[in-house]
Write a protein that binds this ligand. Structure first.
Ligand code: ZN
Length: 252
């Protein structure tokens, strides 16, 4: 991702707060990123057997039934393990054609296995990448370093010390109707900062943590916008798409 240092400073110092004070928390179900399938009574006899196996596998990982998760592919592993944990990875940019194709692709779930040494190595390199002096971002998504896995790193401006934390397989379950205009930049879109108007002020997110735990949490304000920006990357969406929508909306 993501925001130039100046943007991070702006968010942390001038926009910290007060969702509860304003009493505006009307969450709705209008937007959902996941679509659940329902079993119907017409399923052939052999299909339930397959479904039972799938549910058995996914329940071991803490993931939702029906979601496909895997470890890194051999090519992803070689990219991750090509350098030590304190070496930043190359950031993919939309100005490079090959990079842009990957940035526009959807990512897949990762098995949240705390014993997966490649996953731990990747998370260290991802943090090293986003905190690198050349980047100074406040968040980053795995596709931005060429890894199409549902992994984001977010700086928690709503927690003491503003720690970077890793989230696996994050899904936004609810969005507040209240919006939060925000100046956004992106590590994959060098030299630009724009103001988006359609980010929700608060979101309800569900995710796995690297220690294998699973959680649902309400996040607000600037940190909520970072989550929305990063989770967009996992779906091949970049913040410029939100600007295009705003321009379109203003014509109607
Ligand atoms: Zn970004």
């Amino acid at each position: 991702m993501e925001w130039a240092f100046g943007v991070a400073r702006e968010g942390s110092e001038t926009h910290v707060t007060n969702a509860m004070d304003q009493g505006e928390f009307p969450l709705n179900n209008e937007v959902a990123l996941s679509v659940y399938t329902r079993m119907t009574t017409s399923i052939p006899m052999r299909v339930p057997f397959v479904l039972i196996i799938l549910i058995g596998v996914t329940s071991c990982t803490g993931l939702l039934p029906g979601k496909k998760a895997d470890t890194f592919s051999p090519s992803q592993s070689s990219m991750i393990m090509a350098a030590a944990a304190d070496v930043p990875m190359r950031i993919f940019v939309i100005t490079n054609y090959e990079d842009s194709l990957l940035l526009r692709s959807k990512s897949e779930d990762i098995i949240p296995n705390p014993k997966d040494k490649e996953l731990q190595h990747f998370l260290l390199r991802l943090q090293r990448t986003v905190t690198d002096s050349m980047a100074m971002g406040v968040g980053i998504a795995a596709p931005q370093v060429g890894i199409l896995k549902n992994i984001v790193l977010v700086q928690r401006f709503d927690k003491e010390g503003f720690p970077f934390e890793a989230y696996l397989n994050p899904v936004i379950r609810q969005y507040s109707e209240k919006k939060r205009p925000c100046r956004e930049g992106c590590l994959s879109i060098p030299g630009r900062v724009d103001t988006t108007q359609d980010r929700s002020y608060a979101i309800l997110i569900e995710y796995d943590r690297p220690d294998g735990s699973h959680n649902i949490e309400m996040v607000e304000d600037f940190t909520a916008v970072i989550f929305q920006h990063e989770i967009d990357h996992l779906h091949g969406i970049i913040y410029l798409d939100h600007l295009a929508k705003e321009i379109k909306d203003s014509r109607h």
